[in-house]
Every structure is written in C-alpha cells, then in structure tokens.
Design a protein around this ligand. Structure first.
Ligand code: NOJ
Length: 534
C-alpha cells in the first residue's frame, strides 16, 4: 500500500453492500468472510479502496443506516475478528477499506433512544431532539418524501415529538449536547483502532438544527466536523473522511474547509448531468455544473460516481430538469422514488455497451476519484418492484448457476430474490463469464482502471474544457507535471471530426495518433496523452 498520505487522490473506489456480495455461511446473507473470499476478484479489477455500507447491528428499517449499536458488527455479517481478518487480508493486497460512519442519527432501537424516550431525567434524554410542538424548524425539507409526512414524530412513551431527517425509526442525535459529540468521536476511534482507513460520513449536512434556517450546512455542523478531522489527523494520519453532502457545489465546498475538514466529498450534481449529457448527446449540462464548481484545496478530492445504493438522486437539479430526467429515465411510474430513480446503470443506459463504456470513460477521466458500485462493473440489472431501494441492492452475480454463486442457502432464506430477468439474470450477466471473456464489459472497466493508475493526471491533474466547436463532444484536458491528457467523448449519434494540435498516443488502445483530424464515431471516446517534454 502506498505510504503517500494523499493516496485517495489517485485511488479507484468500489462500493460494497456486504449483504449482497457473498454469503460464506449459507444463511442467505452476504457477510464479511464472504467478502474476504472475494478480495482476489476485487484486486484483479484494480480497486484501491473499498467502501463498506453499514455492517453494524441494526433492525434494518433503513438497511443498516439505522444503527442500534455502534460498537459491534451485526451477527449476520460476522464478528469483529472477521472484520480484522478482512482488513488484514485487504491491506496485504494493497486494498484499503473505509466504512460508513452514521453521525446524524441512530435506530429507535438504540439503547440511547430507548433510555431517552423512557425517562425525562435520563442523561440520554438530551441525546435526541425533543419538542412539545411539531411546529419547530418548519423550513427543513423532508427527505424521504414518499413515506414521511413530517420531520417530527410523536412518541407516546416520551410524551413529546422527536426530530428525524430520515425515517421516523431514525431519530436524529442532538449535536448541541457535548456528550453526543464526544460519543461519536469515540465511535470513530473504535473503528480506526481496528485499522480501517477512514469513513464515508453519512448525511453530514443535518447534524444541527437552528430555527429560521433549512437546518442544513450550518456553521455549527462545520465546526463539529472540523473537530472530527483534528482528531483523525492527530491520531490516524493517512486515514480519510469522505463527505456525503447531497448539495450544490458551492454548498459542498465548505466541507473541505481550508483542507481541514473533509479529505473528500461526493460530487452529487455532476452525476445526473452525465446522464443528461448521454441522453441529449450534448455536453452542456456537464459544462455548466463543472464551471459552477469551485476549486478545492490541494489536499482535497472530489469523489465521483454514476450509481450507488440509493435512488439516482435528482435533488441537485432544477424542477424542470427533474421532470425531464424522470421522463427520459423513469418511463414506468414505479421507477421513481422520492426525488430520484431506482434503477441501475446498465438498465438506465438501455444495456447499450457503448453508452455504458462512455459513461465509465467520463467517470474515470473527470476530476476526482471514481467510485464503482458493486455489480455495475458487469452491468447488473435491477428490480423496480422490490421495496424502497432494494431493487438496486440485489445479490452479486458471480456465475451462471441457479444461485449465481452468491449463496448455498435455500433461495427462500435469501435476503433478496435474484433477478429472473431474461436480459440481466445470472445466466446472461455474471462475473465468471465476463472474466473469461477478454471482450467483456468487465475487462474494459478493468483496462480503464489499469490505464488510469499509470498516470497521475487523472487523480491530480488540472482540469480544463477544450473547445472542439461542437457541444456533441465532451472534451477536456487533464494536466499534471509533464502529463497532458485529452479526454474526448462523442456524446452524439453522428461521427464528428476533431482537430488535435499535438501528436498523442491513445493510451487505451495504444495507437499513435499524429496531430490533425481525428474522427470520432458515435459514442466513441479516447484518452489521448501527449507529453509536454515531447
Ligand atoms: C444516506 C444513505 O446513502 C442512505 O442510504 C440512507 O438512507 C440515508 N443517508 C440515511 O442514513
């Protein structure tokens, strides 16, 4: 593993839903040992860092984002020892691991909340946000719009309302209470001491509430997050904090502080605009949002993604754009969820290999570190008929067999059905056949990752749009030291001639391309490297 404390700037991330990955003990749920068994696969793909979705004990009302004990691992995933083994085995392969740190809320089953609701005089009463009225903080939006009528829920036992930004089963912690602030630093310490490489910090904009505001991105929130960073830097140099703030670029920018808050932050608004660009055949929406993205400190990095375990969120688009995206990408009403779309990458892109590759090429060349969602490297499908976001969290398809190589348990005890789709079922889409076929999507993704890793311009280079006189092309330069990369993507459905000024090599195909006119076929992309030293 590299000793560079800025490792995350060059890294390729891979998001794993542990329950879906590989079941080692035949209980129908993926687990840590199963994931450990699959590290060779992850290494072969070229991944540098895994992000594990929550593995804490949880009643699973929000798939583990409702935590009932911060200091343990849910039995179904294994033990703390299994986790240590996973970390060791991953590190031995040069793979780092970050995990979710859910700061904003707990499960209502958490003993803190149980004590809090049971007794007004309990020291835990002040761990949560209680009120006699539900008319406070009315400017805060509701996030889970399809299910939650309010951010307040009446608690019979407590005789008061409690505050929650997500499901009612996820009461928000009260960060005005110094004890809560300290508790959560202790939680971070516990896992960092086990050797993890950092956290994906969940839902950070919502830590504090203040009347008259929308209760997002408050100065108090930033102050606390800076304390967390001081703690991490002082005790665990080289470990990272990745910020989940689904916000406009100018509102995410403060989460990097002066390089003293988060190391990384997801770039939410670019994501839907990649899909807009692919559908419209025009780069304009991407250009607009990246031009609106402020620069960030040297030691910080964006994290970019195409899909994840949630709905394809349309929070960071205008109302008009949202309607357009729904019209284009959610033709079935059931595909919509909250302010988003519950579909996976391959079905969204019509399972069209050229569009999928084009999307990945954009992902791997834009400024920031890319994150690949498990299963999307082989083009897995979804099931919009499953509850909530479960349809994009289905079992990993390892082979073509009837159990897809996920689990030996009876199918009835699986946490989720497999897809039986004709196009996306395991007989059509699986790791084994793609690994064995050099022309597969998996090999293309692996190749892109391998090439990306050879050049630091991808992770660290300056970014500049290149004008090629047609907005059907997304062309941009990435420059770092003597590496100059021109990434060009033909988003449209007609061939386009592009004039290049420098002799270059297409580092994906190995072709030498003297300067002059280059024709890009519809949906073609190229990564052209020239060197400033010739
Ligand atoms: C964001 C997570 O990505 C999502 O899955 C979860 O439901 C909410 N935060 C609440 O923790």
């Amino acid at each position: 593993m590299s000793n560079d404390t800025l490792w995350y700037k060059d890294a390729v991330f891979y998001q794993v839903y542990v329950r879906a990955f590989r079941d080692s003990n035949s209980d129908g749920h993926g687990d840590l040992r199963g994931l450990t068994q699959k590290l060779d696969y992850i290494q072969r793909l070229g991944v540098d860092c895994l992000w594990l979705m929550p593995i804490y004990p949880s009643p699973l009302k929000d798939d583990g984002y409702d935590i009932s004990n911060f200091y343990n691992i849910a039995e179904t995933f294994g033990t703390v020892d299994d986790f240590k083994t996973l970390i060791q085995d991953a590190h031995r392969r040069g793979i780092r691991i970050i995990m979710d740190l859910v700061l904003n809320h707990t499960s209502d089953q958490h003993p803190w909340f149980q004590a809090s609701r049971a007794d007004k005089n309990s020291p835990y009463r002040g761990y949560y946000v209680w009120s006699d009225t539900d008319r406070k903080y009315t400017d805060a939006r509701i996030i889970f719009l399809d299910t939650e009528p309010s951010n307040w829920t009446w608690d019979e036992q407590a005789g008061q309302f409690y505050w929650h930004r997500f499901y009612a089963s996820q009461p928000d912690l009260n960060y005005d209470n110094p004890a809560v602030q300290e508790e959560m630093i202790n939680v971070a310490r516990f896992w960092l001491d086990l050797g993890i490489d950092g956290f994906r910090a969940d839902a950070v904009p919502y830590l504090f509430e203040r009347e008259g505001t929308n209760c997002e991105n408050l100065p108090e929130t930033h102050a606390y997050l800076k304390k967390l960073r001081v703690f991490v830097d002082a005790n665990y140099p080289g470990r990272i904090l990745l910020c989940e703030a689904n916000q406009w670029p100018e509102d995410v920018r403060p989460y990097f502080g002066d390089g003293d808050e988060f190391h990384m932050g997801f770039h939410f608004p670019i994501m839907p605009r990649i899909f807009m660009a692919l559908k419209k055949g025009l780069a304009d929406d991407m250009v607009g949002i990246l031009n609106r993205t402020p620069s960030i400190p040297e030691n910080c990095q964006w994290c970019i993604f195409l899909r994840n375990h949630d709905e394809l969120t349309l929070e960071m688009v205008t109302e008009e754009e949202r309607q357009w995206m729904w019209g284009q990408y959610a033709p079935e009403p059931r595909m919509k969820l909250n302010l988003g779309i519950r579909r996976r990458l391959a079905p969204l892109l019509d399972n069209d290999r050229r569009k999928i590759e084009l999307a990945y090429s954009i992902l791997f060349t834009l400024p920031g570190s890319p994150i690949v969602y498990y299963g999307d490297e082989i083009g897995m499908g979804d099931n919009i008929w499953l509850h909530d976001r479960n349809g994009v969290r289905m079992p990993m398809q390892w082979d073509a067999g009837p159990t897809s190589g996920f689990s030996e348990a009876d199918l009835k005890s699986w946490y989720s059905p497999l897809t039986n789709d004709e196009v996306f079922g395991p007989s059509q889409v699986n790791v084994e056949s793609q690994v064995n076929c050099p022309e597969s999507l998996w090999h293309t993704i692996r190749h892109m990752i391998a090439i990306r890793k050879k050049y630091q311009c991808f992770g660290r280079g300056e970014f500049e749009w290149v004008d090629v006189r047609t907005n059907a092309i997304a062309a941009y330069q990435r420059k770092y030291k003597n590496e100059i990369l021109l990434a060009i993507h033909n988003l449209g459905d007609s061939p386009v001639d592009v004039n290049t000024e420098q002799d270059a090599v297409d580092i994906l195909s190995g072709e030498d391309l003297p300067h002059g006119t280059l024709t890009l076929a519809p949906l073609q992309y190229r990564w052209l490297l020239s060197r400033s030293d010739g």
